[in-house]
Write a protein that binds this ligand. Structure first.
Ligand code: ATP
Length: 234
């Protein structure tokens, strides 16, 4: 309820788009089917994602209006602790909205947020969603995309990047295009990820073991099974 009200207020303020509200509703529906909990498989995916971020040369966290609205502090904390860059990347680029999202993050304490000056394009996307920054997403080797759309997740994967998605829908195009899909609610996933950084920062062998033993298609199948078993329990 509190979260919905915050999103509605930030929709009026121009940070969250109308379609962002609809996307949030889709997420809520999947979370309900999953039992509104972090499964052990989601927790493992969160650790694997952190392992990739710690192994990366230029990790970037892509932030849209919903992400900025739902958990600005956690995004900033994850970005600082890895460390990773934050780039604002919007699905709906209405005039002035990037500035509002960047300002919202800066008000929460973010420094040097990328996204105001888009000087590069991802191949294979015709719309202005291809735009990104050369310093950030364009040159990133690992990109965390909480709540990304399928087109861009696929374009990032085609560009050879490690794509780490947070998406409650285990059958979305984003979920299937990603290297690691965390099927968990964003505000539960990020604190778990921040906790994992401390465990994995000095443990390079464990990071590499997590990465080499992870298979995303198996992960997604298990998440679909988790939904099915939750629906079958009374
Ligand atoms: P795709 O294009 O990937 O096939 P889509 O058309 O649903 O899927 P979007 O609308 O961009 O693409 O995706 C938003 C996704 O984010 C949805 O799959 C939704 O379930 C998920 N989602 C929304 N809110 C949250 C949240 N708070 N935590 C995690 N996932 C969420």
């Amino acid at each position: 309820m509190v979260v919905r009200e915050r999103l509605a207020e930030l929709n009026i303020a121009g940070v969250v788009s109308a379609t962002g509200l609809i996307a949030h509703g889709r997420g809520e529906a999947f979370d309900y089917l999953l039992g509104e909990r972090t499964t052990s498989d989601a927790l493992l995916a969160e650790k694997v994602a952190v392992a990739y971020m710690l192994e990366a040369k230029n990790p970037v966290i892509s932030v849209n209006g919903n992400v900025a609205a739902l958990c600005p502090e956690e995004i900033i904390s994850l970005a600082e602790t890895i460390p990773a860059r934050i780039e604002v990347n919007l699905f709906h680029r209405v005039e002035g909205r990037v500035e509002k999202v960047v300002a919202h993050l800066e008000a929460a304490g973010a420094k040097k947020v990328l996204g105001r000056n888009l000087d590069a394009r991802l191949e294979g996307i015709s719309s202005d969603r291809a735009l990104c920054t050369s310093e950030g997403i364009f040159s990133a080797d690992v990109v965390l995309v909480p709540l990304e759309d399928g087109d861009r997740a696929e374009a990032l994967a085609r560009a050879g990047k490690i794509v780490l998605a947070i998406d409650l829908n285990p059958i979305s195009r984003t979920a299937r295009a990603a290297t690691v899909t965390i099927v968990d609610e964003l505000t539960r996933a990020l604190p778990n990820m921040i906790r994992s950084v401390a465990d994995l920062r000095e443990d390079v062998p464990e990071r590499r073991r997590l990465i080499s033993s992870f298979d995303n298609m198996t992960n997604l199948k298990r998440m679909v099974q988790a939904i099915c078993s939750h629906l079958q329990t009374d």
